[in-house]
Design a protein around this ligand. Structure first.
Ligand SMILES: Cc1cc2nc3c(=O)[nH]c(=O)nc-3n(C[C@H](O)[C@H](O)[C@H](O)COP(=O)(O)OP(=O)(O)OC[C@H]3O[C@@H](n4cnc5c(N)ncnc54)[C@H](O)[C@@H]3O)c2cc1C
Ligand code: FES
Length: 379
């Protein structure tokens, strides 16, 4: 998979629809070069199995964000509001995969995908996309996944998001609006400044025409850039949620920086313990740490590539990358399963739960497991 800039723009994607059985036969005869490797030489959107997407629109609504509208190939199955996809791009010759949550309302296979990506100061992929993304680019895409979604019967929805965490919340809000939901909805968002909020105009316009939408915008670094009369300055406090209808029986959806999410969890635990709090983190709240009580020892053997490294206690994914390998990865926090590989032997510790596992020939996620002693992994 690769990033390809195609001369053909627009939403129309070429696709071929020969029966699956033919593709298998042809792929088998062309092995080790799958059909898609040949087809991409003709047109990267002409794919047999691979799911890809062409950029059909690029906006840069704020200094730090880029908004991409993607038209996927025929394999796309659509997304539920709040789910995430994995986007693969080639940066400096290396394929990188990151998770992003479509911000558009839930849509079926014919739909497009709207991503709003916030560039992090030292972020590889987010800065690359902010700087270079252009109409016609073709990126690798995964099917949508994740269970941070609206329940079948949502009650008194409250969305609380911070920074880039607005995307799944906005997707759910847009879906409720599209479905004609006419009960009260509360949408609380924290941005640095008004000029940093990519969806400010749309949110205020929505609130103006939907009397049931209670929009509460907060700015953590002031509003002087906009001479504003809306919005409150400051970080989350429970007071920001005062007056919400049916709050004790609410479905609360929170996504944002760890500090915001922790403060929201604490608030609901004490103030509204019966509210159903659904959450999604974009980064690991606690970096994968080396257990200070565990002496680090052993050899990490990557059996498929014939490489090995002296175990330094970090996750197997980090150690594999330091050894010059590029195993598949996405979220790097245990939710997308793209880094799953077979552990042939040895003991590993799950850095999120602390649990150890000594089973051989078992699948593990490289991004959240660290070796305890000698480990053989099929990478
Ligand atoms: C389920 C899911 C959905 C996501 N949806 C979106 C989305 O809709 N829009 C969006 O902009 N991002 C989203 N992200 C975050 C995205 O996947 C990347 O982590 C982010 O773009 C940074 O990637 P990078 O390659 O630029 O940074 P990297 O080069 O991977 O990391 C560079 C540095 O930035 C830090 N960093 C990475 N991500 C964050 C973050 N989110 N907040 C603070 N620091 C961070 C890292 O700790 C590291 O120090 C999502 C993540 C997940 C897991
Ligand atoms: S990279 Fe997503 S689970 Fe490991």
């Amino acid at each position: 998979m690769f990033t390809h800039r195609s001369e053909t723009n627009g939403a129309c994607t070429m696709s071929i629809r020969l029966p699956e059985v033919f593709s298998s036969i042809i792929e088998a005869t062309m092995s080790p070069h799958p059909v898609d490797r040949y087809l991409e030489l003709v047109d990267p959107m002409l794919t047999w199995r691979d799911l890809r997407a062409r950029v059909i629109r690029v906006e840069r609504p704020t200094d730090r964000t880029v908004r991409l509208t993607l038209a996927p190939t025929r394999q796309w199955q659509g997304h539920e509001a709040g789910q995430f996809i994995q986007l693969s791009v080639v940066v400096e010759g290396v394929r990188q995969t990151r998770c992003f949550s479509p911000a558009n309302a839930a849509a079926g296979p014919e739909g497009t995908v709207e991503l709003t990506i916030t560039a992090h100061d030292d972020g590889l992929v987010s800065r690359y996309l902010r700087k270079t993304a252009a109409v016609g680019d073709v990126y690798g895409l995964s099917q949508a996944a994740g269970d941070f979604v609206l329940p079948a019967e949502v009650r008194a929805p409250v969305f609380i998001s911070g920074g880039s965490g607005i995307t799944p919340a906005l997707s759910m809000l847009r879906t409720l609006v599209a479905n004609g939901y006419d009960e009260p909805v509360t949408f609380v968002h924290y941005a640095r400044k008004p000029s940093d909020l990519a969806y400010r105009a749309e949110l205020t316009a929505l609130a103006a025409v939907h009397p049931h939408l209670d929009l509460r915008l907060h700015y953590t670094r002031g509003t002087e850039d906009a001479g504003m009369d809306e919005g409150v300055i400051g970080h989350f406090t429970g007071a920001h949620l005062e007056g919400i209808a049916d709050h004790d029986d609410a479905d609360v959806f929170v996504c944002g920086p760890a500090t915001l999410m922790d403060a929201v969890f604490d608030h609901y635990e004490t103030a509204h313990p019966h509210a159903r709090v659904h959450s999604e983190a974009f980064t690991l709240a606690v970096p994968a740490a080396i257990d200070p009580h565990e002496p680090v020892h052993g050899e990490l053997s990557f059996t498929a590539s014939g490489t090995s490294a002296t175990n330094d206690g970090r996750t197997i994914l980090d150690q594999a990358e330091s050894a010059g390998l590029s195993p598949e990865s996405g979220c790097r926090m245990g939710i997308c399963f793209s880094c799953t590989a077979i552990k042939k032997s040895g003991c590993t510790r799950n850095v999120l739960t602390g649990e150890t596992d000594t089973e051989s020939d078992t699948q593990i996620q490289l991004c959240i497991n660290a070796p305890v002693g000698d480990v053989e992994i099929e990478v």
